[in-house]
Write a protein that binds this ligand. Structure first.
Ligand code: KG4
Ligand code: ZN
Length: 335
């Protein structure tokens, strides 16, 4: 079964074709970073308009790259939530219209399920059951995954998501948007042990997170410093270390609590090298998606949708995105 995947939940248009026999055939991504940079964050209306311009050209590009025609597709998967309503509308409208015209099924995919299953696209995929750490710009959660589609939330952020904390702290330090990767780069110049940041909520039981205090801590530390470039790098280093250490402690706890031996990392912050390095110290098998599939992409949507279509998922042909959509509402796939 060949499935076209379309991702348009935020500021990246991702399109891919996944074949349930042959694996990933082609994928393309257009990032709107430059479009939003001057505003210091994503402008939803600009995002929607840009998705409109990109989706079909990218679709024809992936078809050409895979040597296929539209008529070779057996199904279409698109991100139907969570995300920006206008941006989601674009992907949903195009996907549903194409499916209608081609008389093939379409399925709406949960964006976070897409992220969570991205490591499955690697040559050595993780085996179920596992614990997943989802760390993106909008979400931070630890999820127990007994089977695909059955997601039990072990803990989540009570305020900012990890990526959001990276982005906001980067902004406070005067870095451009999106700040996460830039802050991580600056942290490489920082010296260890200069500043000691708290590890929020690690002294309490449970797997919930809180990251908003770290950004305030960064700001006060910066204001009380000599405000040199070295100070900035040292603060970036201490901030990153605090986030990474907190995530490490909670992952360890989630594995102990569930007795699982496998940990899967997904979402944009999963691209962070310090995090990837530190999690290797866990007594568990740790799986990451390749770097380009940590952040938003069409491949993960094509894959997650293909699993659901293959299992016979059928939905009425209505265009109805879900900007808010709890992961726990998904149906388990029979294994
Ligand atoms: O998963 P994603 O592409 O989009 C959402 O669904 O949110 O995640 C984007 C987030 C942004 O907050 C970005 O700053 C962060 O992931 N990010 C990073 C790194 N690369 C991306 N944060 C820290 N270090 C990185 N290397
Ligand atoms: Zn995402």
């Amino acid at each position: 079964m060949r499935v076209l995947g379309i991702e348009t939940s935020c500021d990246e248009t991702g399109v891919a074709i996944y074949d349930t026999e042959q694996g990933l055939l082609a994928h393309r991504l257009f990032s709107q970073i430059k479009l939003h940079a001057e505003y210091g964050g994503v402008v939803p209306e600009l995002a929607s308009r840009d998705h409109i311009q990109r989706v079909l050209p990218l679709t024809y590009e992936v078809l050409a790259a895979a040597g296929l025609e539209l008529s070779d597709l057996d199904g279409i998967a698109y991100t139907s939530g969570p995300g920006l309503i206008g941006a989601l509308m674009v992907g949903a409208s195009v996907a549903r219209s194409l499916a209608w015209g081609l008389n093939i099924p379409a399925v709406g995919v949960h964006h976070m399920e897409g992220h969570l299953l991205a490591p499955m696209l690697e040559p050595e995929p993780p085996r179920l059951p596992f614990v997943a750490l989802l760390v993106s710009g909008g979400h931070t959660m630890l999820v127990d995954v007994p089977q695909i589609g059955e997601y039990r939330i072990l803990g989540e952020s009570v305020d900012d998501a990890a990526g959001e904390a990276f982005d906001k702290t980067a902004k406070l330090l005067g870095l451009d948007y999106p700040g996460g990767p830039l802050l991580a780069k600056l942290a490489e110049q920082g010296r260890a042990g200069i500043y000691k940041f708290p590890r929020p909520m690690t002294d309490r039981p449970g797997c919930d997170f809180s990251f908003s205090g770290l950004k305030t801590f960064s700001l006060t530390t910066w204001q009380n410093s000599n405000q040199t470039e070295q100070d900035k790098a040292d603060i970036a280093h201490a901030f990153e270390e605090a986030v990474v250490e907190t995530l490490f402690i909670k992952c360890k706890r989630a594995l102990e609590q569930t007795g699982r031996k496998t940990l899967v990392i997904a979402g944009g912050v999963g691209a962070n090298q310090s995090l990837r390095q530190r999690l290797k110290d866990l007594k568990a098998q740790v799986y990451f998606p390749r770097l380009e599939f940590c952040t938003d992409n069409g491949a993960m949507i094509a894959y997650a949708g293909a699993l659901r279509l293959q299992a016979g998922a059928s939905e009425p042909p209505v265009i109805q995105p879900r900007p808010r959509w709890p992961l726990t509402e998904l149906a388990a796939l029979a294994s």
